[in-house]
Design a protein around this ligand. Structure first.
Ligand code: ADP
Length: 449
């Protein structure tokens, strides 16, 4: 049976999805906003449909418009990518109701795991250690709230159960910040996510961010592609990711991977997913599960040779595929640098015309990007321009390869964080793999010119 997939996204991930569809002989429909007429993947799609004005709310988040585009093109499935509607259970539900296969888990699973409090409870049931804290309903009585917080211990994090994208969390250092911080976080969560429920988590002071990539077919077969380390972050958002995470106690790692598989089996998970952890003092603490493809998926692909986007398509469309852990082997190391259109120090977005650019190339170098010379980066969307991924036998060779790839690469006309990545590749702490999630903001930038 022939398939047609509508790609409800833009930028590099839309291009990534089209490439995977082509390899599988799947027809594609690319949707785009009026601000995105010059996107590269539109040239490669079988059909294109404009879904509205540039504003994301009126286009990539405009559910009726996307579903109409699917209807008029006779699409049978919708690929959400990451961001936009990828973790919006009501979109998945509407796809299901309208007869389109949502490429990912079903809407109930997205809803369940998208609620961080529920996800933590499910993880605990699977034997996974979560960040200690308090996740029951908070009482109204301020004294009782203080008692709960004291019990969790300061410093603590107040986190929105519906939070995401680094938003909806607040560090509370001492009890005098608690009540105001609580009110502000709840208000912010209400405004951003339409849900003001929050929970308390112990603040893990100096962890690494480590995550586990899962693939499941919804029929009880679940595999993992090992770990990724995403500790180079700014504003709780990842900038560099690598696979595998190094220096983890092997027994602890093996138990954690088994528990991740168990969790996915327990909820009869379908599709790709990521379980995110903070790792400190030889312990993993689960923070959340993402029920979609992640930006950093290529590093796992490069060390396993397993195509995650093709797997998503095959699983969703019922194209035969085997998920067998014994067939997954791990080789070497991979690193990804996210090149963003932003000031490297202040992170202020820098949209505009790319007058000239040159992609890196060569052995062990992968360039996932939608940009080209003459492309105008619109101001309305995420600032991700390109992902440079290098693969080599060891972490140190991978860093050297990335250094050389970054030297070849240039973008003119707009500001990017290219120079920040170059500095990081030469940084001693990064090279020795001694960094934690706080390193970039709290230490590295102190010496940054
Ligand atoms: P989001 O869904 O917004 O990405 P996460 O829960 O995945 O939020 O957390 C994102 C990042 O925030 C983590 O990688 C880490 O840097 C920081 N963080 C989250 N929870 C804690 C915690 N309890 N202690 C310390 N840092 C945390």
């Amino acid at each position: 049976m022939s398939h047609k997939v509508l790609i409800a996204n833009r930028g590099e991930i839309a291009l990534r999805a089209i490439r995977a569809c082509k390899e599988l002989g799947i027809k594609t429909v690319a949707v785009y906003s009026q601000g995105d007429k010059n996107l590269k993947h539109l040239k490669f799609a079988d059909e294109t449909v404009c879904i509205g004005p540039a504003s994301p709310l009126e286009s990539y988040l405009n559910v009726p418009s996307i579903l109409s585009a699917a209807e008029v093109t006779n699409t049978d499935a919708i690929y959400p990518g990451y961001g936009f509607l990828a973790e919006d259970f009501s979109f998945a539900e509407k796809c299901e109701e309208s007869g389109f296969k949502f490429i990912g888990p079903n809407s109930k699973t997205i809803k369940m795991m998208g609620d961080k409090i529920t996800a933590k409870s499910i993880a605990e049931k699977a034997g996974i250690q979560v960040v200690p804290g308090y996740k029951d309903d908070l009482p109204d009585d301020p004294d009782k709230i203080h008692a709960i917080a004291k019990n969790v211990g300061y410093p603590l994090m107040i986190k929105a159960t519906a939070g995401g994208g680094g938003r909806g969390m607040r560090l509370i250092e001492s009890e005098d910040e608690l009540l105001d911080g609580l009110e502000i976080t709840m208000q912010e969560a209400m405004n951003a996510f339409g849900n003001k429920v929050v929970y308390f988590e112990k603040f893990i002071s100096n962890p690494r961010h480590i995550e586990v990539q899962i693939v499941a077919d919804g029929k009880g077969n679940v595999i993992h592609l090992g770990t990724r380390d995403c500790s180079i972050q700014r504003r709780h958002q990842k900038l560099i990711e690598e696979a595998p995470a190094s220096n983890i106690n092997p027994e602890l790692l093996s138990n954690t991977l088994d528990a991740c598989l168990k969790l996915c089996k327990d909820i009869n998970y379908e599709g790709v997913g990521t379980l995110e952890f903070l790792y400190e003092n030889n312990a993993f603490y689960f923070i959340e599960m993402n029920t979609r493809i992640q930006v950093e998926h290529p590093v796992s692909e490069m060390i396993t040779g397993f195509d995650l986007v093709k797997a998503q398509l095959k699983i969703a469309l019922g194209i035969p595929t085997t998920l067998d852990q014994s067939k997954i082997s791990f080789r070497g190391h991979a690193i990804e640098c996210r090149i963003n259109a932003e000031n490297p120090r202040t992170f202020t977005p820098s949209p505009g015309l790319i007058t000239k650019m040159h992609p890196p190339g060569g052995f062990g170098i992968r360039f996932d990007s939608h940009i080209y010379s003459g492309y105008e980066v619109p101001p309305y969307y995420d600032s991700l321009l390109a992902k440079i991924i290098t693969t080599a036998n060891s972490r140190s060779s991978c860093i050297k390869r990335m250094t050389s790839a970054l030297d070849e690469f240039f973008v003119e006309g707009i500001e990017t964080n290219h120079s920040l990545h170059q500095k990081l590749m030469h940084d001693d702490v990064f090279n020795k793999n001694n960094h934690t999630i706080n390193y970039l903001e709290n230490e590295f930038f102190k010496n940054y010119e």
